[in-house]
Structures are given as structure tokens and as C-alpha cells.
Design a protein around this ligand. Structure first.
Ligand code: F6R
Length: 240
């Protein structure tokens, strides 16, 4: 795993954008794997600024998001589909029909997982962007998730519910279940860029790149990925 330590959040976002731009320059119709949460917002801002300045077009790009809460769709401003539109899709020229995310309101969650897995098995993600949970999760693959997992429904760990409650009016409103791409789906991406900032990620970042490869710290499987880059700020790198 390549490790790039930068000063702060802005520098992390700029570095991530540099790698994103390289992928898109090489391949106009790249397939991007995208994440939500606080971590990639700066990268998305860089993408929007570059697009507005006449830089990169997303006309031929396809996207696959990692995860979505069960029970929420775009009518909820806490849903990840709303997040993606608000923070990225509505501000670049990506075609809505080329963006993919699990349907949080699917009547049959198992069928929805099968639909998403079928889509993923037909395509190769060129660049997968990831954040990391303070417990070492990637997407919503919580500690204990098998390394060979594909898209499935998970019960969120209590620590994740707590971490994510900052974005809801109260902790009781945080959905307890989510759809998530599995670890095998993530490992199938050609290139992975994982971002981390802040001291609360330091332990997870240590486990990600220096710890034992264990299902107890799902991100540690990335040590086996042939093309994975960690970009983190000094606070997140403090235990390395
Ligand atoms: C989001 C996702 C999660 C987050 C992680 C970190 O799509 O898959 O794994 O990347 O929970 O969240 P933030 O960035 O809010 O600290």
C-alpha cells in the first residue's frame, strides 16, 4: 500500500483529486466507485471546481456508490442518494442514468442486493474512493464481516450509529440497517484510494496499513490489494 501523508484535510482532498483526474484523463469513460460521509466532500468540491473551470467532463463516466441506509431514499435529506446529488452529481455533467446506488426503499432488500451485485459483476470499477470508520469499517462492512462478502444488508455497529448521529437530529433517527457493497466487491476494483483525516481515525489507519489482516478490522484486507493508496492527514497518521 502506498501511504501519502499530507498536512490537512484540504491537502488530502487535493491529492485525491490529482489521482481522480489522472484516472479520468487516461479513461474518459471510467467507472468510479464513490463514498459518502464527511471525508470525500473536499474531493467532490475539487471535482466540481475543476468541472466549472472547463476541466474534466463526466459525460461518459459511470458511478457506483458503496452504500445506502435501508428505509431512506432521495426524499430524505439524510439518504446517501440525496447526499451524492447535493454534493456532486447535481454540479457536474454526469448523466443521472449512469449513477448507481442501492435503492434504500426497495421492497425486497435481498432482491436489491442481487440486482446490485449483478450490475457490479458486469463491470470493473477503475477507481474506488473510500473513507474509513473509526472502527476500521469500509463502506458499511463492520468488524466481523467476511472478506469474501458481496453486497448485503448489515446491522450497523453501535459505534457507527453514534459516529453518524451527528448528521441526524437525534441518535434515534439514525437507521440501524444499511445496504453495503461487500469487501470482495471493493477488492475487485482496479485501483483503490482510501482517505482519512482527523485523530479519531488514527487507530483505524494504523490497523489498515500496519496491523494484522483480520476481519475484525475490515479495512486491513486492503493490504492485499495490488493498487491501493492511502492519503491521510498528519492527525490520522499519528500512530504510523
Ligand atoms: C460512506 C462509507 C463509510 C464512511 C466512513 C467514514 O459511504 O462507506 O464507510 O466512509 O464511515 O465516514 P466519515 O467520512 O463521515 O468519517
Amino acid at each position: 500500500m502506498r501511504v501519502i501523508v499530507v498536512k490537512d484535510y484540504d491537502a488530502m482532498s487535493q491529492e485525491a483529486f490529482r489521482l481522480m483526474k489522472a484516472t479520468l484523463t487516461e479513461k474518459k469513460d471510467a467507472v468510479l466507485g464513490l463514498a459518502t460521509g464527511s471525508t470525500p466532500i473536499g474531493l467532490y468540491r475539487e471535482m466540481i471546481a475543476d468541472y466549472r473551470a472547463g476541466g474534466t467532463s463526466y459525460r461518459d463516466v459511470r458511478t457506483f456508490n458503496l452504500d445506502e441506509y435501508v428505509g431512506l431514499d432521495v426524499s430524505s435529506d439524510q439518504s446517501y442518494v440525496y447526499f451524492m446529488r447535493n454534493n456532486l452529481f447535481d454540479h457536474i455533467d454526469v448523466l443521472p442514468e449512469n449513477t448507481n446506488i442501492e435503492n434504500g426503499k426497495a421492497e425486497d432488500p435481498e432482491a436489491e442486493c442481487a440486482r446490485y451485485n449483478a450490475l457490479l459483476s458486469e463491470t470493473e470499477i477503475d477507481l474506488q474512493i473510500l473513507g474509513i470508520g473509526s472502527n476500521g469499517h469500509i463502506a458499511f462492512n463492520e468488524p466481523g464481516t467476511p472478506f469474501d462478502s458481496v453486497t448485503h444488508v448489515v446491522a450497523l455497529a453501535e459505534s457507527t450509529v453514534k459516529d453518524n448521529s451527528r448528521l441526524f437530529k437525534s441518535i434515534d433517527e439514525v437507521p440501524r440497517r444499511a445496504f453495503t457493497m461487500g469487501l470482495a466487491n471493493i477488492m475487485a476494483a482496479k485501483k483503490v484510494v482510501i482517505l482519512a483525516n482527523g485523530a479519531n481515525k488514527a487507530r483505524a489507519v494504523y490497523g489498515l496499513c500496519r496491523g494484522e489482516i483480520t476481519e475484525q478490522l475490515p479495512a486491513s484486507i486492503l493490504q492485499k490489494h495490488p493498487d491501493c493508496t492511502l492519503i491521510c492527514d498528519e492527525a490520522a497518521a499519528s500512530l504510523l
